[in-house]
Design a protein around this ligand. Structure first.
Ligand SMILES: Cc1cc2nc3c(=O)[nH]c(=O)nc-3n(C[C@H](O)[C@H](O)[C@H](O)COP(=O)(O)O)c2cc1C
Length: 192
């Protein structure tokens, strides 16, 4: 399936070390002709770190996609009633957002977007990046793996020796994962 003309939400949360990969994939999506709306969590939209300044990431997202990022819960809410997106990806998705989503908490623009989008029975894709995937968040990932309309970008341990609970998605598989999700399929193998 081609992504040209598809309305794709890309929701960034606070895994800042992943942003270089995020912007690489965003560029690929734009080049494919997808229509991208970014959404920033409060952390993504405000924390400056050694990986860059929030303001610069927001600017870069707008320049790449041609539309202003959604930065507030009230800006994200219309995604539901307007059925604005064909597919939404949480990319990168922190342990924090995974835990909240699995437990029905909606207190950031990204979680509002996810809730609003899921109410329309449309696919939500998660690209994880968290040091506690095999620890405190394993149960939440398990809940989401088994949830209706939720799909994952395939993921694996990234540094078993030094960060034994850490898992990260293979972001280069974003596009085939989105294509599969739009057809109601989980791209496989999900653990690789
Ligand atoms: C420099 C930096 C890097 C971080 N990297 C990660 C990460 O890779 N994965 C993760 O789950 N949390 C990471 N965090 C923690 C999250 O940013 C924090 O849990 C935040 O509350 C997430 O909020 P959000 O899920 O609403 O974006 C990082 C924090 C900082 C300051």
């Amino acid at each position: 399936m081609s992504l040209a003309g598809k309305h794709i939400g890309v929701a960034l949360t606070g895994s800042f070390c992943t942003y270089e990969k995020v912007f690489r994939e965003l560029k690929k999506l734009v080049d494919e002709g997808a229509l991208i709306q970014t959404i920033f969590s409060n952390a993504a939209g405000s924390i400056d770190s050694r990986f860059g300044k929030a303001e610069d990431f927001i600017k870069k997202a707008e320049e790449l996609t041609g539309s202003k990022p959604i930065m507030t819960i009230s800006e994200a809410e219309p995604i539901g009633p307007g059925s604005l997106l064909d597919v939404l990806v949480l990319f990168p998705c922190t342990g924090n957002t995974i835990a909240k989503l699995a437990n029905g908490i909606t207190d950031t623009p990204v979680l509002m977007a996810a809730k609003a989008h899921l109410r329309n029975n449309k696919p939500l894709v998660i690209s994880i990046s968290t040091n506690d995937a095999l620890g405190m968040n394993m149960k939440n990932i398990g809940l989401l793996l088994n949830a209706k309309n939720i799909y994952f970008v395939p993921f694996s341990q990234d540094n078993p020796e030094h960060k034994p609970n850490s898992m990260i998605s293979h972001t280069e598989l974003l596009i085939p994962s989105l294509e599969a999700a739009l057809e109601g399929r989980q791209y496989q193998p999900v653990i690789c």
